[in-house]
Design a protein around this ligand. Structure first.
Ligand SMILES: Cc1ncc(C[n+]2csc(CCOP(=O)(O)OP(=O)(O)O)c2C)c(N)n1
Ligand code: SF4
Length: 311
């Protein structure tokens, strides 16, 4: 009998429960946040408590103005206090002996700017929780303003493209997953929605690590409206971001860094920017700057992986 090959787990093998969200939800058509929330819920299981903030995910998580809802416990928090409030919840559940995982789910504007102080503090205290940043590279809910996650050159309502040499955002984005890795927390990972097996494995690990300490996931989630992309292209944009090393997939577990989806021959970043409206104005000079930043970040990541003995 031919030797049976070991079957790689499929995405659905990771599912713990039925979809906890109602069939219709109040996101824009094609928004990656819908898949992100449904996926987190299915992989992490029923015993999670979401903590969220005013943002594009609020109408669904808060159930504002609409019948669209979910069955998870939910704590609606301020943008400034999400990680500190979540710390209180986590400690309460521990004291009460309740087996539950607190999962913060916020945009990049909250995680990287408005709520960064409490996020950094909770990570430094090594609170036993999961923090998931969905990175749509801006403050989308309030009108597509730049955040510290907005990349160089991107056009937003506060970094517009126009006369007087205004060519989108003049500075680069904050390298948030690395900033979090430098907090010495047990688990940090990047993920995106075109690579769901990779994402599922990381969610499972994050849930395990959250029993010991702070687990941080940074998820690349394109916004169809703010990025000016067709409603059926957001997953392709995720894929292109990985293929160009614009958003490499990696994890750091107890200080050991590993690229979880190595790209043999990375494509130029112009292959990503050509399909995304917010970059379409960029000329060769601007693209060279962006490519330089992508290359430099990847070198730092490779050095970290090399230094910790893993690639
Ligand atoms: C302290 C504070 N500042 C500003 C706001 C206004 N506000 C509500 S939603 C939002 C955008 C949030 O951006 P982000 O966290 O990136 O989530 P997204 O809208 O992209 O989903 C802002 C600035 C607020 N609610 N609280
Ligand atoms: S504005 Fe963007 S992030 Fe917000 S719901 Fe619409 S597509 Fe999603």
């Amino acid at each position: 009998m031919a030797e049976q090959r070991k079957r790689q787990p499929k995405v659905c093998d990771y599912y713990q429960n039925e979809d906890q969200f109602s069939p219709g939800v109040a996101f824009c058509s094609g928004c990656t946040l819908e898949l992100n929330l449904r996926f987190i819920s299915r992989v992490l299981g029923k015993d999670i408590i979401f903590v969220g903030t005013p943002s594009c995910s609020a109408p669904v998580l808060h159930g504002q103005n609409v019948a669209a809802w979910h069955r998870h416990a939910y704590y609606a928090c301020t943008m400034t206090g999400v990680a500190s409030s979540a710390s209180g919840l986590t400690r309460y559940y521990q004291q009460a002996g309740i087996d539950a995982t607190v999962v913060c789910h916020t945009g990049d504007g909250c995680a990287q700017d408005v709520g960064f102080q409490t996020l950094s503090g909770a990570a430094e205290r090594n609170e036993k929780m999961i923090y998931i940043t969905y990175d749509n590279e801006g403050y989308m809910n309030t009108g597509i303003q730049q955040s510290s996650a907005t990349p160089y050159g991107a056009s937003t309502s506060t970094t517009p493209v126009g006369r007087a040499a205004r060519g989108g955002k003049p500075t680069s984005s904050k390298n948030m997953p690395l900033v979090m890795a430098m907090h010495d927390i047990p688990y940090v990972a990047t993920a995106t929605l075109s690579h769901l097996e990779d994402y599922a494995r990381k969610l499972v690990k994050a849930k395990e690590w959250a029993k010991e300490g702070f687990a941080y996931l940074h998820v690349f989630c394109p916004c169809v409206v703010g990025w000016k992309i067709p409603t059926d292209s957001s997953i392709q944009v995720c894929r292109d971001a990985v293929k160009t090393n614009y958003f490499p997939l990696w994890e750091m577990e107890e200080g050991t860094c590993r690229i979880t989806h190595p790209v043999k021959e990375p494509r130029p970043v112009s292959e990503l920017t050509a399909t995304v409206g917010k970059f379409k104005h960029m000329n060769d000079e601007g693209l060279a700057v962006l490519q330089g930043q992508v290359d430099q970040r990847f070198k730092v990541l490779q050095a970290l992986c090399g230094a910790s003995g893993s690639q």
